[in-house]
Design a protein around this ligand. Structure first.
Ligand SMILES: Cc1cc2nc3c(=O)[nH]c(=O)nc-3n(C[C@H](O)[C@H](O)[C@H](O)COP(=O)(O)OP(=O)(O)OC[C@H]3O[C@@H](n4cnc5c(N)ncnc54)[C@H](O)[C@@H]3O)c2cc1C
Ligand code: SF4
Ligand code: SF4
Length: 1015
């Protein structure tokens, strides 16, 4: 809806509104850009973004919207795939302040929450009570209850537990006139009372509903035209078919779908006592209404006792998708919790993902499809009774060739792989993308094989398209994703043609065009075709009665704009950057396309409670602006629209990048491998080109020069800096936070010690193998004792150790965006080391962020002439623990070299290591001494990230990140527990945040060595 010109808000109206709400109102370009997309193909600049703090704020926003005839778009995590939260009105983000779990009632089996509660966090809260909220989405670690209700979400387990609607007991919130109401189950007499009060909008809604849904002609038309009731997941239009199935209309129908679990215990009791068997509840309509009818502020959900604890996943491998679909019909005859398809396109995508590559462990051969069937029981044996039966039946039917059943962590990893599917598809470089357009159709499961065959034949014949196929086979829903280039006029047309052809096939099977993702602005256009002209008019009538001014999420479900308008990409839009990059982005076909890899899946909005590294700044602030997605969207939009010769000369990009810690979390955890750390560095270099390099950045990048100078009089420097007033003053002058401690300058660098030492440690060279140590700048100048410990460790274990000539790693320049300097450094290191380091004599690193530069940045930085050499060298550069693990596996290093002193170690992993390698080697090598137990702190980033945490303006966020998991875990650890952290920044953060000194794993292992003579 566009505001009419006389009602259009003026800037003073906006200012007044901002003053009238306790929360935030943003009318500037940056926030509007960030909120102009979701996980769909759409993009439209909203007029404003509001982040309300209270119910009163929402009431004020509704009043404003009515007055100015402007839309309000309720939004939680913004992971919708049909453009539900994209529009020109005011986006109202309730994900920041409406996040409370208000009440849990286990006796009656319900929970009351605000809309911004994340589904998985709700279940983490409920678990100790022995309960859970069943519906799930693949996005369950960030999708919020408000959005799940809005979209009537469901997931793999819908086969057993239905969708959110089936568990929605009551909602409170606002009607479009600003009145506050609650909808819940009610008796016939209560319903009649409600219908009488026509002086309120609420009363008129009841009255209108009774009027229309009691009409037998209307009911017949709905029954005839709506999707088959046997389809459990159906999100086509408003759920009038379900709403009308209540006793209040006097003629309810006994459809399969309505005999389901959606009746509460009360209703069932009523049913038994002959009162109201099918109570009326507007919640049935609200669920799936996509914020177009009602603004929810409190949601009451049914919760269920936890499921049997043992989950077994049978992952049957097939030679074709058709075979898998036939097998689905066997699986669904059994008591299963889920039955999910993964096709070979997805399986291939997982090869390219650093994170999901590790989850392919169960795959045998080259299957064209895998059907994952979940069975639950009290024990593995109980599960196997059912899985064996299913496998026998499939084998008897000649279906499938491999039938592994996985439990526990292995099962979780298969789920991770399956859930990553949609996001991973965004991982295809270039302009052709798998687009969400027909990804959500659902049919009766018995129709599925024929339906899929027909869709595939049609797409192949009509358009020469092949589809990716995966997901909820057991519920009759396969996510189909064709690959289309929306940057061309033909692609844009194809987008519509494909949708239209498939809509016709869905209608033929009386299926649902949306099974779970909703109509939004993508499928609304086909609603008339899907439910017939009369029903479409009825749906529009409901919208008009509920929202006469059209302020609630206009243009979704009904009266939607044309489905191929307002797309992220427009034909003819700029697709190449106008400026030469320092990094080689050719693997992504340029930096712009690298930013375009973000499809909005929102994985970067997960929180510390669900784990992982990405994205620490969002985890701390819970502000959409600080998520990777916001950065990618801003980059993409500015690079495609800027008229400047240097488009990176942008304050907007600078602002959105400000809290990026360059932790690299996104590189492995973003399913589309959006590598924001690299893009930030590239941006900074070009921004500096236009605006000059700030003094502080220069100073940080010149770490080695400064340390060398200070190292000329270490005692004096350390003495001065130990005086708090001096330290605080120096920090202030340098732009650092006064509370930060400053590491001591070493009396002697590591290299100097190495070159001057008179004798090696006993054992050196005894196994005739050699290692080169990379004397990174942090070890060299600040913590030489760790380098010395590594020499002692390696030599005592029998290795010949060398310290080859090289320069610093360039990490400081990289982190500050001085990329051309970093390039020179990288080139020097590659030239100096490429002939020295060999497969048998690798280069091993102490500081993860330094040695991993060889593997991550150097090959893309050194230039074409050195690229191949850099790539080869990268394969020979190892973290010290990766090297030691290799030596353990080869039998050259054993526990015999270490003592038997009992030790308990808590390990915090460096982000770069977790992203580019793994913490597994650290955990293994730390347990080389036989009496040592090491466990991992479930921390993400420590928050320090090089100089980030020192910087005055970033100190607060840095500590906030540290306080999420790491610092409390360290404080809670026993005093005799050792804290291990390989990163110099991480150790510093732990020291500043807890006062405890963390050790490098090298120090712990060197301490545990048994002198050669004593073994
Ligand atoms: C990779 C990927 C996988 C997905 N897999 C699934 C899946 O398995 N199953 C599934 O169902 N969906 C899936 N989705 C779609 C989406 O994640 C879900 O629909 C999710 O539940 C939306 O939650 P959200 O918090 O992101 O909601 P949003 O996108 O923010 O909002 C969703 C709708 O709810 C409305 N809304 C939000 N808050 C309120 C409120 N307070 N009052 C009224 N209306 C409100 C919004 O206006 C909007 O119409 C997937 C999406 C992606 C990107
Ligand atoms: S950055 Fe990655 S995780 Fe975040 S929304 Fe984009 S694609 Fe998804
Ligand atoms: S590098 Fe780290 S902080 Fe920056 S966007 Fe990626 S995950 Fe977020």
């Amino acid at each position: 809806m566009n505001p009419s010109s006389e009602a259009r808000p003026t800037s003073s109206d906006w200012t007044q509104l901002a003053g009238a709400i306790a929360g935030e109102l943003h009318t500037g370009d940056l926030m509007r850009r960030i909120y102009s997309t979701d996980a769909s193909a759409y993009q439209e600049m909203p007029s404003a973004v509001a982040i309300p703090k209270s119910d009163q704020d929402i009431a004020t926003l509704i009043g404003f919207a009515k007055k100015h005839r402007i839309g309000l778009i309720p939004r939680t995590a913004g992971t919708s795939l049909a453009g539900q939260v994209v529009g020109g009105g005011i986006v109202v983000d309730v994900s920041r302040h409406f996040t409370r779990i208000l009440e849990v009632n286990t006796d009656e089996g319900w929970v009351r929450v605000q809309p911004g509660v994340i589904r998985n966090e709700l279940n983490a809260h409920l678990e100790p009570f022995g309960f859970w909220f069943a519906p799930e989405t693949s996005t369950q670690n960030r999708a919020m209850i408000g959005g799940m209700v809005g979209n009537n979400s469901c997931g793999s387990n819908s086969i057993k537990f239905g969708s959110t609607r089936d568990h929605l007991l009551a909602v409170s919130g606002f009607l479009s006139d600003g009145s506050k109401v609650e909808f819940s189950e009610m008796t016939t007499s209560r319903f009649a009372e409600k219908c009488e009060n026509q002086s309120t909008l609420e009363g008129r809604l009841y009255h209108h509903t009774r009027d229309r849904l009691s009409d037998s002609a209307v009911r017949e038309e709905i029954t005839r035209e709506f999707p088959k009731s046997s389809i459990r997941r159906r999100n086509t239009g408003y759920a009038l078919d379900l709403l009308m199935d209540a006793d209040v209309f006097g003629q309810s129908q006994d459809t399969d779908s309505n005999k389901d679990s959606s009746l509460s215990a009360d209703a069932r009791a009523n049913e038994a006592s002959g009162t109201t068997a099918k109570p009326f509840n507007f919640c049935r309509l609200i669920a799936g209404s996509e914020g177009t009818l009602f603004f929810a502020t409190e949601i009451k959900l049914r919760i269920l006792p936890l499921r049997p604890p043992c989950s077994g996943l049978m992952c049957v491998h097939f030679r074709s998708v058709e075979e898998a679909l036939s097998a689905t019909l066997i699986a669904v005859q059994h008591d299963i919790d889920a039955c999910e398809l993964i096709d070979e396109v997805i399986l291939n995508c997982t090869r390219r993902s650093i994170e999901h590559r590790q989850n392919r462990f169960f795959i045998e051969g080259d299957p064209a499809a895998i059907l994952v069937t979940e069975v639950r029981g009290q024990t593995e044996d109980e599960v196997r009774v059912t899985t064996d039966r299913i496998a026998d039946e499939m084998k008897a039917a000649g279906l499938g060739y491999h039938f592994p059943v996985l439990f526990g962590d292995q099962g979780n990893r298969v789920w991770d792989l399956r859930k990553a599917g949609l996001g991973l598809l965004g991982n295809i470089p270039g302009d052709e993308k798998t687009v969400p357009v027909i990804e959500d159709t659902a049919v009766d499961v018995r129709d599925l094989p024929a339906y899929i065959a027909e869709v595939n034949a049609c797409l192949r014949k009509q358009f020469g398209l092949e589809c990716v196929q995966y997901a909820h086979a057991g519920s009759g829903e396969i996510h189909l994703r064709p690959i289309i280039n929306l940057k061309t006029a033909e692609g844009k047309l194809l987008f519509r043609q494909v949708a239209s052809e498939v809509a016709a096939i869905v209608k033929k099977y009386r299926g649902s065009l949306s099974g779970e993702h909703g109509d939004g602005r993508l499928r609304g256009e086909f609603l008339r075709q899907m439910i017939g002209e009369q029903n479409y008019s009825l749906v529009r009538e409901f919208k008009r009665v509920w929202d006469p001014d059209g302020i609630f999420n206009p243009g979704k479900i009904v009266d939607t704009p044309s489905m191929n308008t307002s797309l992220r990409y427009e034909p003819g839009q700029k697709t190449e950057e106008s400026i030469e990059t320092v990094f080689d982005f050719s693997a992504n076909q340029g930096l712009l396309r690298a930013a375009e890899m973000c499809n909005g899946s929102g994985d970067c909005r997960k929180t510390h409670l669900t784990g992982g590294v990405m994205c620490p700044s969002y985890m701390a602030t819970r502000n959409e602006k600080d998520a990777t997605r916001a950065r990618a969207n801003t980059l993409r939009q500015i690079l495609t629209t800027s008229q400047k010769l240097n488009p990176f000369d942008s304050e907007e990009i600078k602002e959105v990048m400000d809290l990026c810690l360059s932790c690299k979390g996104c590189q492995s955890e973003c399913p589309s491998t959006v590598d924001m750390g690299k893009m930030k560095a590239e941006f900074l270099q070009h921004y500096y080109d236009a605006n000059g390099v700030p003094r502080r950045a220069q100073m940080v990048a010149n770490f080695v020069k400064i340390q060398s100078l200070l190292g000329m009089a270490p005692a004096v420097v350390n003495g001065f800096m130990s005086v708090p007033l001096i330290r605080r003053t120096v920090n202030r002058l340098l732009g650092f936070h006064p509370k930060r401690s400053i590491p001591k300058v070493a009396r002697q660098t590591f290299r100097r010690w190495f070159e001057r030492r008179e004798q090696k440690f006993p054992g050196a060279g005894s196994n005739r193998r050699r290692v080169h140590i990379f004397a990174d700048e942090f070890t060299d100048h600040v913590e030489p004792e760790i380098g010395i410990a590594l020499v002692r460790l390696a030599e005592t274990l029998g290795y010949e150790v060398s310290l080859p000539d090289h320069v610093e790693s360039g990490r400081s320049s990289l982190s500050k965006g001085l990329l051309r300097d970093a390039k020179e450094i990288a080139r020097k290191n590659v030239e100096m080391l490429m002939d020295v380091v060999t497969e048998d004599a690798p280069l091993i690193g102490i500081e993860p962020s330094a040695i991993l530069s060889f593997r991550d940045e150097y090959p893309q930085l050194v230039g074409d002439d050195l690229k191949e050499r850099a790539e080869l060298l990268a394969t020979r550069c190892l973290l010290f623990d990766e090297w030691l693990e290799q030596e353990m596996d080869s039998g050259r290093v054993t526990s015999d070299a270490f003592d038997h002193t009992p030790r308990t170690i808590l390990v915090h992993g460096h982000c770069h290591q977790k992203t580019l390698s793994s913490l597994q080697p650290t955990m293994r090598v730390l347990e080389l001494p036989s009496q040592t137990t090491a466990s991992q702190i479930r921390s993400g980033c420590c928050g320090m990230a090089g100089a980030f945490g020192y910087e005055r303006e970033h100190y607060g966020v840095s500590m906030q990140i540290g306080e999420l998991v790491l610092l409390p875990a360290v404080r809670e650890a026993d005093t005799d527990t050792l804290i291990a952290a390989a990163g110099t920044s991480c150790r510093h953060q732990i020291l500043d945040g807890t006062g405890r000194r963390a050790l490098h794993p090298i120090e712990i292992l060197a301490d545990a060595l048994v002198p050669i003579g004593d073994r």
